[in-house]
Design a protein around this ligand. Structure first.
Ligand SMILES: [Zn+2]
Length: 158
């Protein structure tokens, strides 16, 4: 999945569990579960060389920026508006945990040689990817984002 829906799932987990001991493992696990949702991403049906040129790196950066913006907005909302630092920490940890496997895998996309650990994560991830063609591969992610938003809004008392 793209990073933004992953982040939103993590936020929903953090906002709902409100317990870092649950948020961290559950949000990391949610990444792998999320990739099992049939989806389209910037790297669907591409070769390694195609991934580092053209519009793909730009789209990836936009996705990262959007994910960070949503994560920070929710964290600051919990902190400043709800005045609940524990909730803010959970939302933050959930958002970070949910994208962690892709962050670890990043060198796999951009480096020729990679550490063994990165290779292992990349292998697990590529096996668990479930690709879907457009538009279904985007619709599925919009649904994931919508459900995550509703759960977060409910847990945050919106
Ligand atoms: Zn992934």
């Amino acid at each position: 999945m793209l990073l933004t829906p992953h982040t939103m799932v993590g936020i929903a987990i953090g906002a709902t569990t409100q317990n870092p001991l649950l948020t961290v493992p559950l949000s990391i696990a949610s990444h792998f579960a999320g990739d099992l949702v049939p989806h389209w991403d910037f790297y669907s049906n591409t070769k390694k060389e195609e991934r580092i040129v053209g519009w793909r790196p730009l789209a990836l950066m936009a996705d990262i920026a959007l994910g960070i913006a949503i994560g920070l907005t929710t964290t600051l909302y919990a902190l400043w508006v709800l005045k609940n630092p524990m909730l803010a920490i959970n939302v933050f940890l959930g958002g970070v945990g949910a994208v962690l496997p892709d962050v670890i895998e990043a060198p796999h996309i951009y480096m020729k040689e990679e550490p063994k650990f990165v290779e292992a994560v990349a292998k697990v991830q590529s096996r668990l990817q479930f690709q879907a063609p457009l538009p279904w591969g985007i619709i599925s992610q919009v649904l994931v984002m919508l459900i995550s938003f509703l759960i977060s809004a409910n847990s945050l008392g919106l």
